[in-house]
Design a protein around this ligand. Structure first.
Ligand SMILES: Cc1cc2nc3c(=O)[nH]c(=O)nc-3n(C[C@H](O)[C@H](O)[C@H](O)COP(=O)(O)OP(=O)(O)OC[C@H]3O[C@@H](n4cnc5c(N)ncnc54)[C@H](O)[C@@H]3O)c2cc1C
Length: 288
């Protein structure tokens, strides 16, 4: 098998190669692409390496507190980033727990999101926080909410010649809390059996005003949903939080695979969501 290696020096050049050759495949960290080629699930005519394109790595804080993350930033770099940890400590926890040290050293946020693998972690919490991907294609630039990147298991809503340039994570108000939970049935470097991300907003009296949640890994395509039943509850009322989590996941359309049956996953979804909700209580770090 012969594969042409292309190393464009601009994103526009990369997009041009993908447009001219529909068999070409973009490579960021190569974690997924290389495994797919090794297991003969992908047979690209060319590999388009992004590593020479400048400006695609790192975290920048914008004037309004939004974080701009380059698509080539690795999970490991995000786990160690002080700006991310000051503003979104739950995301730091999440990136520290992706796969194993080798996956975190090579795998990138752009490659992870473009994969649309329903078992992956970052999209779950980024979606409830309201993060967006900024993309480039021959049709110009566009902004896609992270919640709108998946069209189903392993199918992203990106066009074949569309490249993620960066991810923007909005600043959350001091009244917002986030929670994250990941349950693994196998080894600790395995994907989640179920994961859950939550954004809880508090009212002036300290009670819950609204809750947005996502359950991932146990479903074909994670979706954001609200939990209106929690409005007016105290964020420290763990019994109410856990009961609502069980109720909110009782009809979830879960999947059966080697990580567990649909019924087992539905039960775990309630547990994971309950944990994510209760963890909102100690998420009170926000920079001025
Ligand atoms: C053992 C193991 C354990 C893992 N555990 C976890 C886990 O616990 N949680 C988790 O979330 N993930 C996990 N992963 C998945 C891992 O995080 C992803 O494989 C990785 O993030 C993909 O990033 P990459 O840069 O290597 O992408 P690549 O393999 O380079 O690319 C992946 C796909 O995205 C496309 N692509 C890459 N960059 C872009 C871009 N900028 N714009 C558009 N398309 C692009 C590529 O063409 C390809 O289709 C695990 C993987 C392994 C092998």
């Amino acid at each position: 098998m012969t594969v042409l290696l292309r190393e464009p020096e601009t994103l526009e050049e990369a997009v041009g190669i993908l447009t001219a050759d529909p068999g070409a495949r973009l490579v960021a960290g190569g974690v997924t692409v290389c495994l797919q080629i090794t297991h003969r699930r992908s047979d690209p005519s060319a590999l388009v390496l992004l590593r020479r394109v400048p400006g695609l790595s790192g975290v920048t804080v914008l004037g309004d507190g939004t974080l701009e993350i380059g698509a080539l930033t690795t999970h490991g770099e995000l786990a160690a980033d002080p700006e991310l940890s000051a503003r979104h400590p739950r995301l730091t926890e999440l990136f520290s727990d992706v796969g194993n040290v080798r996956v975190r050293a090579a795998g990138t946020i752009g490659g992870n999101l473009a994969n649309a693998d329903p078992a992956q972690d970052p999209a779950v919490l980024l979606a409830v926080i309201g993060a967006e991907a900024h993309t480039v294609s021959p049709r110009g630039e566009r902004t896609v909410p992270i919640a709108g990147l998946s069209a189903g298991a392993w199918r992203s809503t990106l066009a074949a010649d569309e490249v993620i340039r960066r991810v923007r994570v909005p600043r959350l108000p001091p009244t917002s809390r986030t929670g994250w939970s990941k349950i693994q049935s196998g080894s600790l470097d395995d994907y989640a059996t179920v994961n859950a991300g939550v954004r809880m907003d508090l009212g002036a009296d300290g009670t819950i005003a609204s809750v947005r949640a996502v359950v991932g890994a146990a479903v074909a395509s994670p979706r954001v949903f609200d939990i209106p039943a929690l409005a007016g509850s105290h964020p420290g009322d763990t019994l109410a939080l856990k009961a609502c989590a069980r109720e909110a996941t009782a009809d979830l359309e879960t999947v059966t695979d080697h990580r567990g049956s649909a019924d087992y996953r539905r039960h775990l979804a309630g547990v994971a969501l309950g944990r994510a909700l209760t963890r909102c209580l100690d998420d009170d770090r926000r920079p001025a």
